[in-house]
Design a protein around this ligand. Structure first.
Ligand code: ASP
Ligand code: MG
Length: 418
């Protein structure tokens, strides 16, 4: 059996849905489980809605109407008015209607997951209905009964034993009857509340299903030809990797390559299941295959650019050294504020950390660090990571920019620049 994952960009409009059905149609003879993200930029819009609701902002209803209208416009293009999908979509949005009727009581992260999850619940309804319309027999599956997590909202931790058991118990039989379509990015708690697995987490969902079902492979369909050595929006003459090892792929995602979610590889590596990254507009192309042993050819260095970085330096208030106790306290504060460190460096009197700027988390972090330390920071910086580069390459790349921090190891150079 095969697991496919379609991201938001592949289902952003009616044309995308039609293309998805075309791709799936090529695999008619296979057992298929399809994981789908929210359509287009829906997750960002639902994040805005969550914030507007919690702040009780004036534009809350406008944001919500915009999200609904976007979906209704697409289904109006794809289906006859009497198709049951219209009711299914409306019934899914009702969950938000109910929630925002009352003033917010619960914790922000909890509210976020209950609202933001609707993006995937709706997109999968539409994909299932459209595949059926196209003659590809499909069944909608509520992933929250299969991917079990703890109560960490926005960052649900998978409970593997329970998840494996649920998936193995009933999904193989369902796959014999029809294609199964389910939501990426979502999980369910033991009290049946919805969790999410972290932004861009649908790849991870596909990998969990792939691992638990012993799939032949997992394919993530993208708007790029495969995994490239650099972002084609930022660099000319990029090259595609035909093959990558699990290890190299893990390293790349760790440093911020966004083609695949960082947690995706491990379950597949453990189960020795290959991950394919293929272009949804040219399904016949080979894309990139990630597997145990790959013939790596780094004809060009791997370049990973992360924008919107903060470089923050901490020192103690009494000029004492930064000790192990301080570090443990500092890491604790980062973990508590959900801020992931991209790069760090210690010196006698200060500790510097580079991380992604996210408004809500940043303010919380800053306040808690200021309790014990002197804090200085620069924002709007860029973190450049280059792997397998020839000497001098990074110098050319950063020419004309101010370097604030640099770190060099055997295969990797990282610089924070302004
Ligand atoms: N829709 C979610 C997001 O945009 C999950 C995903 O796309 O993988 O973060
Ligand atoms: Mg997405």
């Amino acid at each position: 059996m095969l697991v496919f994952k379609f991201g938001g960009a592949s289902v952003k409009d009616a044309e995308g849905m039609i293309n998805l059905a075309k791709v799936v149609g090529k695999y008619k003879s296979e057992q298929l489980l399809i994981v789908v993200s929210a359509m287009g930029k829906t997750t960002n819009a639902l994040e805005k809605l969550t914030k507007a609701y919690v702040d009780q902002a004036d534009d809350m209803h406008d944001i919500y109407e915009g999200i609904k209208q976007y979906h209704y416009d697409i289904i109006a293009e794809l289906f006859e008015p009497n198709n049951p999908v219209f009711d299914e979509v409306a019934n899914t949005f009702v969950e938000i209607d109910w929630m925002i009727e009352d003033e917010p009581q619960d914790d922000y992260d909890f509210i976020y997951d209950q609202i933001v999850s609707v993006g995937e619940l709706v997109s999968t309804r539409i994909v299932t209905a459209y595949l059926n319309k196209a003659g590809l027999k499909s069944q909608w599956l509520d992933v929250r009964g299969y991917i079990h997590t703890d109560n960490t909202y926005r960052e649900g931790v998978i409970q593997w034993d329970k998840t494996r058991e649920s998936i193995q118990l009933s999904i193989p039989a369902q796959l014999e009857r029809s294609i199964v379509v389910t939501q990426g990015f979502l999980g369910g708690t033991s009290e049946n509340f919805t969790t999410t697995l972290g932004r861009e987490g649908s790849d991870y969902t596909a990998s969990i299903f792939g691992a638990c079902l012993g799939a032949e492979s997992v394919t993530t369909w993208k708007d790029v030809p495969g995994i490239l050595n650099a972002d084609p929006k930022l660099f000319e003459d990029t090259v595609k990797f035909d093959e990558l090892s699990y290890t190299e792929a893990i390293e790349m995602t760790y440093y911020g390559a966004t083609v695949i979610h960082p947690k995706t590889i491990k379950p597949l590596q453990n189960a020795k299941i290959p991950l394919l990254v293929k272009p949804f507009n040219h399904p016949e192309e080979a894309g990139t295959i990630i597997k145990e042993s790959a013939a790596h050819v780094f004809a060009k260095p791997v370049i990973i650019i992360k924008q919107n970085q903060v470089l923050l330096s901490l020192s103690t208030k009494d000029y004492s050294f930064i000790s192990e106790d301080h570090l443990s306290d500092i890491f604790g504060k980062f973990a508590k504020s959900h801020v992931k460190i991209n790069m760090m460096q210690t010196s006698a009197l200060s500790f510097s950390v580079c991380f992604d700027y996210k408004e809500e988390y940043f303010n919380k972090l800053l306040a808690s660090l200021k309790e014990n330390y002197k804090v200085k920071y620069n924002s709007e910086l860029t973190l450049i990571t280059v792997r397998h580069s020839a000497d001098g390459f990074i110098k050319n790349l950063t020419a004309g920019k101010t370097t604030l921090l640099e770190q060099i190891s055997r295969n990797t150079v990282q610089v924070v620049v302004k």
